[in-house]
Design a protein around this ligand. Structure first.
Ligand SMILES: [Zn+2]
Length: 185
């Protein structure tokens, strides 16, 4: 069970993290038939993962849906997330011990939306540069290509407001981010 964040821009643009000077993230073309079908032929979706851990987006997103996890499940899930971030086992144990009432300073954990602030910044910049962007998060139980799920259409958020967007970012919801910067002439 792993989360993937998919970001989509219009097909005429080649989405690239290096254009935004982001060196820790990577994009790979989405092979999810569900997502690619949902966005339609005018858009192209990419999975956004970490360079160090390209096999899922669990280090970049925590579901804010309050499915009541047992303490063991919660610990297991957070341990997996921290491993994905490349943390040492000492750091992980410290974070798990210190959490509870107090969050760590890690920005993925503290963003109330559940999404990494670096990812939010990247998507907002992509929306400004490529004339809107869309994103959806899904927790895959099996392979990304064949898994079928239903995507709801979610809110439209202005690019300049995405970083401060504090509502929980829900899985299986397609968010649209509108360009807010005037296009250079
Ligand atoms: Zn994962």
């Amino acid at each position: 069970m792993c989360y993937f964040i998919a970001v989509a821009v219009k097909r005429e643009y080649q989405l690239s993290v290096s254009e935004f000077s982001v060196t820790t993230l990577r994009l790979t073309p989405s092979d999810s038939r569900t997502i690619n079908h949902h966005i339609g032929p005018k858009w192209r979706a990419w999975f956004l993962t970490e360079n160090a851990h390209p096999d899922c987006s669990c280090g970049l997103y925590v579901s804010p849906e309050t499915e009541p996890l047992s303490p063991e499940e919660d610990l297991g899930r957070r341990r997996h997330k921290y491993l994905k971030k490349g943390w040492s086992s000492a750091k992980i144990e410290r974070a798990l011990r210190d959490s509870g009432a107090n969050h760590t300073n890690d920005d993925e954990v503290t963003d109330p939306s559940g999404m990494s602030r670096l990812v939010k910044r990247l998507i907002a910049a992509a929306a400004d540069k490529y004339d809107d962007a869309r994103f959806v998060v899904h927790e895959y139980a099996r392979d990304t290509a064949s898994e079928k799920f239903t995507i709801r259409d979610g809110p439209v958020v202005a690019a300049k407001e995405l970083l401060d967007f504090a509502n929980p970012i829900l899985p299986d919801t397609m968010y649209t981010v509108r360009r807010t910067r005037a296009r250079a002439v």
